[in-house]
Write a protein that binds this ligand. Sequence first.
Ligand code: F6P
Length: 422
Amino acid sequence: MFWNRIWVALLCKTAIIAAMQSKKLYIVMVGLPARGKSTIASRLRDSLIRDSILSKVFNNGQLRRRLTGIETSQAAFYAPENREGVAIREKIALMNMEKARDFLAGRGQVAILDATNVSIKRREKISSFLSDHQLLFIECINEDKEILEANIARKICLPEFSHLNRDEAVRSFNQRIDFYKAIYRPVENEKNFIKLDSLNRRILGESLGDDIPFYDRLRDFLVTDVVKNLFLVRHGETFFNLENRIGGDSPLTQRGIEQARSLARHFRKKSIPVIFTSKKLRTIETAEPIKELQKNCTIISLEEFNEINSGICECMSYEEIRNYMPEVHSQRQKDKYYYVYPGGEGYATMKERIDRGIKKALYLSGVSQNIMIIGHRAVNRMILAHFLYRRTEDVPYTYIPQDKFYHIVATQNKKLFELRRF
Ligand code: F6P
């Protein structure tokens, strides 16, 4: 009896594993350059692999860079009328299709084709060549000008642009985008597709003609902000902090500079490829010593992370507000989250820009495992609240010290919040 049960359990387990492994899927990324396709593709692969779903990305750009010379980085190579360019790109696309097909013919379960794939002709070719398993198109859309500029600024750091100066490289990349725009057709006519706002992680449209394996899991992944390691830091002590003054643009005190240096030493052995700050001096001054001790680190200052604008109270101390504007003081005490400073902001009205800043930061950090945000007291409270549910009335009282930082992990499978000393 006992052995029978064990035997049945083993058979069931084997059957479940076999059923799981028999599910196979091609995912085809679609979108103009710099729309976040590769970041999504490689994060999706990592997340599937973590769930024991054997997945691989087949990236046309990487293959092109490996197989061809500098001439294929020039804008003219992408002109639709450049026959030679078109032929080379089609050949590379075909090579990756073959690799993807071989992968699924073996133990592979999800093959992700990462390329622009914006023309109907290309997609028809993919559909007819890869007809052995289901096919899902994921179209990434993002037209936010500022984000695109920042993303292009990152792209032109690739060695293939090293022979051009910054302006020439930007011009060349934008021209490349224009060539793709000329042949771009959205995915609406495909049988299985998801249209994704890749900045805001929102599904803009979807259609499923087939039963797509892993669909719920994929869909959930696409709308989830993936934060591998976010280090949320408050700027070091400022002269305004010493006087209990709010807002303004005060620099760090000597103690604040020491705090920044000590942060830098703490993170020296951890790679922080990108630090996001506000546009205020105190956050940038805190970031600089950290950048200095890193091998490769960029500071990106976002307006969205500026401290709460206290309107007519900017640069006043809490004591002065209490004495000269008792109405402001008492109204704010009554309902700190919803109170709005005259001529300024409140926590509630900051929410939209902070959420936007977080989306921007996550988008711009690409596949970096570790990112850092150096913000302010109210800003960091709102960032924490974005990841960790808190009742709104408690948000403006969250503890945001200057000698500790929050370590945040938020993925599909794991949520972690830890206040750590440095
Ligand atoms: O005092 C520093 C500071 O960052 C001010 O610039 C800002 O107005 C304040 O903290 C936000 O904290 P609270 O909402 O508790 O006043």
